[in-house]
Each structure stands twice: as C-alpha cells, then as structure tokens.
Design a protein around this ligand. Sequence first.
Ligand code: MSP
Length: 652
Amino acid sequence: MSDNKAFYVTTPLYYANDELHIGHAFSTLAADIVSRYHRSMGHQVHFLTGSDEHGQKVEQAARSKGLSPLEHTDCLVKKFKSLWELLDITYDDFIRTTEDRHKKVVTELLQKLYQKGDIYAANYNGWYCTPCERFWTEKEVPEKTCPDCKRAVQEIEEKNYFFKMSAYQQALIDYINHHPGFIRPENRRNEVLGFLRQPLGDLCISRPKSRLSWGIELPFDTEYVTYVWFDALTNYISAVGYPFDMEKFKKLWPANFHIIGKDILTTHAVYWTTMLMAADLPLPEAIFAHGWWVTGEGKMSKSVGNIINPRELVAKFGLDPFRFYLFREMVFGMDASYTEENFINRYNADLANDYGNLCQRTLPMIVKNREGLFHKKEATLPQSMEIAKMAGEIKADYIKAMNDMLFHEALKRTWDLIQRLNKYIDETAPWKLAKEQNYEILDEVFYTIGEGIRFVTHLVEPFMPHLAPEFLKQIGDSNGFVKIPDLQWGQLKDRTRVTSEPVPLFPRLETERIQNLKKGTKPAEKDEKKTEKQAEKAAPISEDGLVSFDEFLKTELCIATIETAEKVENADKLLKLTVSLGEEKRTLVAGIAAFYNPDQLPGRQVVMVKNLKPAKIRGIVSHGMILAAATPDGGLALVTPDKPAKTGIRVK
Ligand code: MSP
C-alpha cells in the first residue's frame, strides 16, 4: 500500500428499525479483525460503520412506537454503539444517513447525475412490495407476491425518477472480467456475472412524498425523496469527504473492502458500482460478500424466534472466545450454522485443549525446574529446527489469508503451529529431561515452547485482543506486540521470567453441560431461572427426544375465545388478552403485537395451554399461553380450530 493511501474498510449500514443479532455483529467483527490486522501490519486504517435510517420500514417501526423517526433511530443508534463497545469494535467513524454531512453529498450526487442526463423522469408501472420497498416487473411476480419476502405486491403507476443503470451494464461486465478479485469470493462473482447476462433495467431512485416522506428530498423535484439504497450506498463516499474534502477523499478512496452479507450483493456489485461509474469515480478494490449465520431452523428471523443475541453469548462465554468461534467456524463466504453444542466443542478443543494448554502444561514445569526462567538456546533438536522453520511458513500463509480476508484459513494455519507445539511437548517429554537433569536440552525445549506461544499469540491478536496480551504476560514477555512484518522466530529474550502461577485463560466448559445438550435438555446453568428448571423436571425428554403419551397429556390444551385485546404499555411486542374458557375467564400476555392489531382479535378462537403456571409479565399476571407458528414470509399464524369449536373444550 502506498504511504498516502490508508486501508479503508466498511461494513453495511444497518437498518435502524430493529436490534442487531450475531449476523450483524459478524460483519462488523470481520471489519474489526481486518482493521486490527492491518494496523498490526503497520498500515494506516480507516474503518467505517453506521446506520441506515431512512425509508418506510424505519418510519413504520417509529410510528408503531409512537415516536418520530429520528427519536426512534436515535434510540437504536445508541444501542448499536453500545453493542460495538461491548464487542470492542475499533471503528474510526460511524455515519448516520440522517446526518447533514451525508445528506449534502446525496443531494450533490443526485444533482450531478441529473445534470449529466443519467437521471430522468418517466412514468412507471410496476408491482410494489411495501415491506421491501421495491418494485418488481410483471414477469418477476407471476403469483403477485414478492419474490423476496413472499408478501402480496400492489400494482402502482406513477411518475418517478430513474438512474440510467443500463447504460453502464457493459462497462461493469468488462470491469468484473478484468478484475478477478473485485467481487469475492469467486461464487459471488459468478452470481453477479450471471445476473448481468440479462439486460439490466434502469433503477427507480425516487419515491413520491405522498407515499414516503422520511427520506432525502430530490434537489430537482421537491415532491420526491430518494430511494433508500441510493441514499445509503452513498455513505461510503460521503463519510470520507467526497466532494467537499477531496484531500481526505483521495487518501481513503477507493475503499479496499466493502464487507457485506450475500443478501445485499446486487445492490453493492451492480447498483453501487454503476452509480460510481456515472459519477466518474473509481470502484472499490473489493466487495466481499460473506455467507449467513443460520440456526437449526434456517435463516435467523425475529418471527421464527431463532435470533441469536451476541450479548448473551458474550455474557456466557466471554468476548474473545465468541470472536474466535465466529471466524474459525465460518468458512468466510459460505453459510455457517450456530449451535451451542458446536460452540462448546470448538471452545474445548481449540481454546482449552490446544492453545490454553500450551501454557498450562509448560509454565508450571519451568517454575518448578528452572526458577521460572527461559534460557535462550540455539536449536539442536531436529524438531526444534522444524518448528522454527514452520513458524516462518505459517506467518507467510497467515498474511496471505488475512490479506484475502480468509479468516478461517489464517486461524487454521495458526492452529497448525499450536498443535505442532503440543506434539513437540509429547515428543520431547520435558518432565523426563527434568528428571534426568538434562538442562541443556530442557532449556531448548522450554524456549521453543515459550517462543511458540509468543509467535502464535501475535497471529491470534486481531481475533482475541483481550486474551492475547494475557498470554504474553503469562510467558513474562514484557516487550508487547511487534508489528507482524517484524515478527521473527527467536525474539523472546534470554532470562524472560514466566508468571509463577498461571491461571487457565480458557477454563474447560464442563462436560456435564455438553452431555445435557446432547440429550436434548437445556444446559444446567447455575443462573438459570428456577421456573425453567422446574419446567425441565416436569417434562423429561428421553434420549431419542420422544415423550410418552402420559407426558403429553400433562399439557392441557383447550379452545379459548378472545374477548378483548389491547397493547401493553411500553412493550411494543406484547398484547394483553382476555379470553373466555366457557365458565372461566383468563388474562394473558402474548408476544404477537408485531403481527396482529388488537382490533383484529376479539371473537377469534385460539388454542391455549391452560395449565401453565401464571407468570407476571410487565406487571400483568398472565395465566396461560396461546399457540402460534411462524409463516414462511416471516409472519406469524395463530393456531385456531378450522371450524367453530366449543369454547373451553379440551384439545386432544
Ligand atoms: N441497510 C442495508 C444495508 C445498506 S449498506 C449501504 C441492510 N441493512 S441490514 O440491517 O439488513 O443488514 C444487512 C447485513 O447484516 C447483511 O448484509 C450482513 O452483513 C448482516 N447480516 C444480517 N443477518 C445476517 C446473518 N444471519 N448472517 C450473517 N450476516 C447477516 O441490508
């Protein structure tokens, strides 16, 4: 990289309409790890993240909470930033699309492309999906449902403004063909090239204010606001000075990496790049689309209820193991599936056994036999020489993998060295050398292990920035981290003194927990709520996951008729229902407010768990639970009898 150009990396701007889950955390952590790595290479780094705050979804989310859009996004941005703080994200700038510095640039860019003739007005007839805020052509919606979210689309005809994206189709194809590393990984590049085999239409970049007011006004027609993607994508240049601070802009642009998930590949690889071409700006060096984190049931979604909350994982396992796990487990570019069992297995194998044990096995022996001192020795054993050579090779592979953002590969190679060092301990048996008082060789063995720990800890540091310094402390290396290009084998100083009582940095997670997970029961967490434990006892699940008929009958299901429904104050997800069971009336709180309006519910019959212990939710005693299932379009369907049934009757 030239002296003047900083390494510039971006994350997507996350929609300020909901809270973030591990999928979002993953993209941001990827940018953090790559930033830390480049800093450790001695490069200047600029790391940008932020929030996407305009558009219908944000407006609707705000309205449902009785807030103005900006009040709503202010609140979410605070939450985003506090999550980034918890995950120790070292971003340099956080851009909000509602900031003046951003809006000014969007306006400028629109005006520029309008004057150039690349934006024009036309009557548009298309099928519009309100939740996705996008138009589809007649052909694309044979079922009149949105190909993305599967909800109904509406036919709309109106005047709109269009960006002449089609004019840049060939130029984009040529560019991708001449720049093999531009869209990564390879399969995503092929996907984009496949998409570009069809004629590219022009992009509708406006929304009439009558339909959407929460956006940036078009400078050439005040009746319209900008389409949210045109607005949001511009952040990558508005945050770095374009066009008002060109000195800063030249230092940072083109971005080295736009890190995105595969869901937003077309918008980045096609919309954004053609927008840049129209503006006569260079394209980013690379767009990297990683895969999705999924759970057993598929893509994470709030309505399916399979969202994994990064805060919970950090609280349970610690920040560094969480960071490590995500990047060791996911082959960057492919999808990965999260399960707690898998997390624990990887933690125990890679962190507790392999890395942590290197210190735990060795340092007490050094304290016992060599007064805690490393003595620097020339390598004489063939294995010591082999390890020194291997370290250099692994460093080279690590740099190559990290430059290409192949994190799993970089970690895998680092672990090759860790595993070799563990094998070296078995081969050289330092406990025997100590017994034989063969201090010459014993010192050589200890030094190789200590130097090995120091070496791998340097490579691990961008992933585990909190525990890596602890490893250096344990081996007594007070020199701190050297830049990766300066990292050489043999830099651990003679007579470095190890910590006398090393505490395990990755204490093993107990096997009892794993056993429980394997059996399909919940892990016995110390801090688990009593009621959950009781529920487990009451409904034991056998090895094969089946329950007996008697056990099933313990759950009393019945038909309830909803009489009233109202929102629960200060809880946007909850509705308070009163239901009739015939002779009895019950009050219960259900998490269905995002899917049902209170006035849709009275009179409906639902299936309810009758013999559930009452629980106090938001001050309301909720007695019973109604059943519902997720729908493929991300919605929720109440379980109801398919013809009127007697209120209160047992469901069997
Ligand atoms: N606002 C747009 C992006 C505009 S960029 C100029 C948007 N926002 S989003 O909040 O929906 O975030 C999408 C991004 O979050 C994905 O591209 C990906 O980076 C990350 N993830 C969201 N869910 C994910 C998974 N389940 N797994 C991995 N990452 C995913 O789209």
